[in-house]
Design a binder for this molecule. Structure first.
Ligand code: IPM
Ligand code: MN
Length: 367
C-alpha cells in the first residue's frame, strides 16, 4: 500500500517518542511491503517560535494532503508558554483547530491492562481481577471546548462564560460509532453524562438512548459522570467494553483511566473524522523530562498501531505492533514512569531501548 503520512513531532518529549514510533512504523513498512512517504511538519509551541504559528499554513497543507497524521504531544515549560499569546498557545491555536479541520468527532482512547501487567496499577490485584479492557470514546469536536468563550471586561462586573452546545447530529454520529465498536467487540456500552444537572447531558442521554434502540443486542448502561469517576477506582472492570463520553467529561475521565492503569504514558489515542483521522498520545509533552531519553514511548507507538488499524484499515499490522509492545513488558522490562518500589526488580528501559525492543519483536516473527 502506498500512502502519505504527516508526522507532527510536537514539543517536549514529542520528538524523542515520535522517533521510536517512526522506527516501529518503518519496521512494519518493511515487513509488510508498504511504501509510506513520511512528511515532517512543525506543530505546537516550538512551531510558534520557529514559524510564527502553532499550526502553520504549510503544516495545514501537508496534513490536507496526507492520508493520515501522527501527532506528538505539544506544550513547552511555563516560562516559554508565558511568552505565547493565548490564541497562539498550542491548545487553542493548534490542537482544537486540527480537530475542527478534519472534524475528528470520535476519539478512541483504549484503556488496557492485561492481567499480566496488574502490577502497573496502583489498585489492588483483586480490584483489577481479570484485567481492564475499556475503549473510551470521547466526542471531540463539540460541547464546551468549542462553544463561545466570553470574558467580560467591566471591572466591577467581571465574568467569564463558556457555552456548551450539542446538536442532535453531533451526539448521534458519535453514539453510532460507539455502538458499532461495542458490537464489533461483543461488549457492553456505558453511556456517561450528568443528566441530573445539565440540559446538554439530558439531551445527550436522550439521543444516545434513541440510537440504542437500533442495537438491541448491545447491553447498555447509563452512569452519571461523578459516579463513574468513583466506580473507575473501586470497580473499573464493570466498565470493560465501550464507554461513551462527551468532550469535557471524556477529557477528565481518560486521564483518570491513565492513572488506574499506572501511567498516562500508557494512553494512546486515535481521533477519527468522516474523511481522515489522526493519532496522538492522550498525555502532555512533559517538558521536565524532555531530551533525556527516559520518556515512555508506549503511547506514541500504540498510537501508530491505532493509525494502522483505524486510519489505514490494516488490523494485522496493528496487532503485530501491539504484540511487540506487550512482549517488552512481558519480558520483564518497564519504563521509568512505571518505576514504583515494587518494580525494583524489573529493568528500566530508556525511550530508545524500548523502541528497539518493539522493533526486534516485530521483526522476529517474519516467516
Ligand atoms: C487531551 C488534551 C487536550 C484536550 C488539550 C491539550 C487541549 O488534554 O487531548 O486530552 O483537552 O483535549
Ligand atoms: Mn486531556
Amino acid at each position: 500500500m502506498k500512502k502519505t503520512i504527516a508526522i507532527l513531532e510536537g514539543d517536549g518529549i514529542g520528538p524523542e517518542i515520535m522517533r521510536e514510533a517512526v522506527k516501529v512504523l518503518k519496521a512494519v513498512m518493511d515487513k509488510y511491503g508498504h511504501t509510506f512517504d513520511l512528511i515532517y511538519a512543525p506543530f505546537g509551541a516550538s512551531a510558534y517560535f520557529s514559524d510564527g504559528s502553532p499550526f502553520p499554513e504549510k503544516t495545514k497543507r501537508i496534513c490536507d494532503e496526507a492520508h493520515a497524521i501522527a501527532k506528538g504531544p505539544v506544550g513547552l515549560a511555563v516560562e516559554e508558554m508565558d511568552q505565547i499569546p493565548q490564541e497562539h498557545r498550542p491548545e487553542l491555536g493548534a490542537i482544537l483547530p486540527l480537530r475542527k479541520r478534519y472534524d475528528t468527532f470520535a476519539n478512541f482512547r483504549p484503556v488496557r491492562l492485561p492481567v499480566g501487567l496488574k502490577s502497573f496499577s496502583p489498585l489492588k490485584d483483586e480490584v483489577i481481577g481479570e484485567g481492564i479492557d475499556i475503549l473510551m470514546i470521547r466526542e471531540l469536536v463539540g460541547g464546551i471546548y468549542f462553544g463561545d468563550k466570553v470574558e467580560g471586561a467591566a471591572t466591577e462586573m467581571k465574568f467569564a462564560r463558556d457555552d456548551c452546545i450539542y446538536k442532535a447530529g453531533d451526539v448521534r454520529r458519535v453514539a453510532i460509532v460507539a455502538f458499532e465498536e461495542a458490537r464489533k467487540r461483543g461488549a457492553k456500552l456505558t453511556n456517561i453524562h450528568k443528566a441530573n444537572v445539565l440540559a446538554t447531558s439530558r439531551f445527550w442521554r436522550e439521543i444516545v438512548e434513541a440510537v440504542a434502540v437500533d442495537y438491541p443486542d448491545i447491553p447498555y448502561q447509563s452512569v452519571l459522570v461523578d459516579n463513574a469517576a468513583f466506580q473507575l477506582v473501586v470497580n473499573p472492570t464493570r466498565f470493560n467494553g465501550v464507554m461513551l463520553l462527551e468532550n469535557m467529561q471524556g477529557d477528565i475521565l481518560t486521564d483518570q483511566a491513565g492513572g488506574i492503569i499506572g501511567s498516562l504514558g500508557l494512553m494512546p489515542s486515535a481521533c477519527m473524522g468522516p474523511e481522515k483521522g489522526y493519532v496522538e498520545p492522550a498525555h502532555g509533552s512533559a517538558p521536565d523530562i524532555a531530551g533525556k531519553n527516559v520518556a515512555n514511548p508506549y503511547s506514541m507507538i500504540g498510537s501508530i498501531a491505532m493509525l494502522f488499524e483505524e486510519c489505514l484499515a490494516l488490523p494485522e499490522e496493528a496487532a503485530d505492533i501491539w504484540n511487540g509492545i506487550f512482549e517488552v513488558f512481558e519480558d520483564g522490562f518497564i519504563t521509568s514512569d512505571l518505576l514504583v518500589p515494587w518494580h525494583r526488580e524489573k529493568k528500566v528501559l530508556t525511550t530508545s531501548e524500548f523502541g528497539d525492543r518493539v522493533v526486534q519483536n516485530i521483526l522476529a516473527t517474519i516467516a
